[in-house]
Write a protein that binds this ligand. Sequence first.
Ligand code: NAD
Length: 506
Amino acid sequence: MTSVALQHHSMLIGGRDVDTERHREIVDPSNGDTVATVAHGNAGHVDDAVAAARATFESGVWRHRTPQERAAVMRRIVAAANDAAEELVELELSANGATVRQATGFHIGYALAHFSYFADLAETYAWQRPAPITSFPALGQAVVHREPIGVVGAIAPWNFPLLLTLWKVGPALAAGNSVVVKPDEHTPLSILAFARIAEANGLPPGVLNVVTGDGPDAGARLAGHPDVGKIAFTGSTAVGREIMRLAAGTVKQVTLELGGKGPSIVLDDADLDLAVDGVLYGCFVYSGQICESGTRALVPALLHDEFVSRLVARATTITMGPTRDWDTDMGPVINGRQQSRILDHIRAAVAEGAVVALGGEALDQPGFWVTPTILTGVRNAMRIAREEVFGPVLVVIPYADEDEAAAIANDSEYGLAASIWSSDNTRALELAERIACGSVWINDAHQINCQVPFGGYKQSGLGRELGPDALDAYTETKTVHLDLSGGRPPKPYDILLSHADDGENP
Ligand code: NAD
């Protein structure tokens, strides 16, 4: 596997490598080692990147290519990125602590597959859609055009740095926009590498720019920049609110993918072996650092004790170890701050009456490790059931009947995803209709299918990513009306004037 030890990465602005005097260290969360340094950009670099993106957009060098030509370039980029997949995996896991299995399949595998989907979408999307010719009044022909917006800003989190960035860059490029990416401070390496691969494989310089810098400085400038037409953000709900506020100044289009507190609802007819594995997978994969994780297990009161003992027995088999070891199930959490926050959450839950059935500890070794934690004695009103912990912490909440299960599931300010575990598909489908969230998985978890929309109800987000309509969010709509009457009446103003002559319509 390629070593990235202490390699320095500059930014990519207008096709040029741009460095800064100050550098930021990138730390491997699995051992605390510094693995690389990156340029520390600021709001001024964002201004430069937006200017470069705007100039490239105006030049037409990308947007005036046909959708087929753009798709062909995007496919060349995917092929080259696939050739570099091992390096991308190492860049990703060395900065965010994913295990090699997760980073290969989920982080990089999905990222490239989904980018490829957007190339396909460019070719099938209805860029121009004729509207029916209206017969009365004779208004002629209308054609609805979808056009690129201009400069798109993409602000990404650290948990899936490349995947969640390409969910934005993919449709933005497919539509002909130019893009400025502001990656998370911890994890800029994979998108910087991807952007360089893109330029080396046919993407004109300045179409995809990457500015590495802090959120409140570089990120805020991008969200508020007057020359950015759309901002796409994934991250915490608190920052999402701030992005909306900043974008309001110039009435930008906004897409937000925010936090979650997903319920995993186990029905009394569930295959318990499947449900136990599914609930654990739903919560603990990637140490619970997935926005759509199922962090609240809702279990029939009559099955509660049996289910908890099965959960605990199975969870003890989850292996934690070196992230580059293919047998490791679970890696560290992202940093020391987050590790302390997770442990504080667990302590506060215990103070409120929760019981630790498993885990609840940090590992005494370099890096930032928290053991898989299962808490019982939790009520949905407790902080641990309401706030997003973003760590390997599962709470188990008993319910009396299905009505109560649905009520608890929906009693949350979030609404991103839920899972339902049942051997009766009809019953599970009926329950799915009652759950207020953007994705419901029946007998599965974390099913991210790029061909269907993904996003949240309530404070989990605004708009949707993925799916056939994803390009709508990266385009403007223009309706062009063409008069087909040859200038002969009746026209609306003739009708209006004749009414006015009658004195009926002053
Ligand atoms: P975060 O909100 O702290 O940071 C996300 C990004 O926003 C980073 O790039 C950061 O630099 C930037 N940022 C921070 N402050 C900013 C500001 N004032 N203006 C502009 N940009 C700013 O979130 P995080 O810690 O990176 O990610 C964890 C959170 O993200 C969790 O709450 C999680 O649920 C959520 N998340 C949601 C999804 C989803 O698809 N819904 C996916 C992943 C993560």
